[in-house]
Design a protein around this ligand. Sequence first.
Ligand SMILES: *[C@@H]1O[C@H](CO)[C@@H](O)[C@H](O)[C@H]1NC(C)=O
Ligand SMILES: *[C@@H]1O[C@H](CO)[C@@H](O)[C@H](O)[C@H]1NC(C)=O
Ligand SMILES: [Ca+2]
Length: 365
Amino acid sequence: MAAISCRRHRRDSKSIHMLFSPQKMTPFTILCSFILLLFTVGQCFADDDHEMEEFLKREYSLTKPYQAVGPLSSSHWELMGDAMVTTEQVRLTPDMQSRQGAVWSRLPCHLNDWEMQVHFKIHGKGKKNLNGDGLAIWYTKERMQKGPVFGNKDNFTGLGVFVDTYPNEEKQIEAQKKRYTPSTQRIFPFVLAMVGNGTISYDHERDGRPTELGGCNAMVRNLKHDTFLFIRYVRRRLTVMIDIDGQHEWRDCLDLPGVRLPKGFYFGATAITGDLSDNHDIISLKLYQLTVLRSKQEEEDQEEEITIPSVDNMELLRLGQTEEGMSGLAIFFTVLFSMLGCIFLVVVGLLLYGHWNENRRKRFY
Ligand SMILES: *[C@@H]1O[C@H](CO)[C@@H](O)[C@H](O)[C@H]1NC(C)=O
Ligand SMILES: *[C@@H]1O[C@H](CO)[C@@H](O)[C@H](O)[C@H]1NC(C)=O
Ligand SMILES: [Ca+2]
């Protein structure tokens, strides 16, 4: 498979389409749409200025009928704990209390740039917030080690992306009220990413807030349609997207540059249940190798080998998260004023040009 796509574009073009709906056709919206269109196209080109191709890597993928799963050392994937493979899925945990299970790749991955598409399903008899605890997708140095972080060991080394279905912290309502205003409060299930370096502990009681890189809400339980998670690592940029509405559209969850992950780590998926439970199923893990054209500078950067996972400017990230994010209104005004600024510059430019032209003509006559 060699698909070159600009997913952002596809999503954005829908919003343009919505702006063009007949009821809303005022000159202002047309102007907005036009600028948005320029913006989108620009962004799309900016995104894909280094052309990108994807190739499915079967050795790092887990797909039906799961022939690559097994206890033999020749198999590519290995099960652990309560995980079970059927014809339909790899069930990491059944909907029963105190279970944990995992499936781990046996092959270390040495790709520079990759994209993992996770087709998963979380379902169970429990009502909202009476289910737990969630699943995790890993790219870590360690593999096959049981532990408290969604069934994996704590103080792991590498990347973890969690689909956390149980709000541990919100249960302590008083603590919650003290720490968060309603706008920073989370709705669960919550998707969250974390990078560990071997000494950073995941704070289960606080749902990983102290170490999070970012995340998003994702209503993924008991859905009839398919649900997907997408993790892309390109030129040290980590992007997480979700497709959970059955619309075949990716929604942004997290996008962060400066994420340093060593090569040669293992992919895995784990899940855990406690007093509360769910079926945590992996239907497929598809790993794509991305071929990216790099500039000379990037080529040089790449040569400096990363040995310990880290995230650039983690302190700034922390700082940014304690403050409240930009509200919708703030964004609107920022965009509005930027637009007005651009228009102003264009007008001034035209006036100056006209003036200059006129002067020139005067000089020639
Ligand atoms: C891991 O990260 C923590 C927190 O950023 C830092 O204090 C520690 O020195 C790092 N450990 C290693 C081995 O880099
Ligand atoms: C994880 O690291 C922290 C701090 O470095 C340490 O206190 C804790 O005991 C470690 N936990 C495990 C399970 O290794
Ligand atoms: Ca939790």
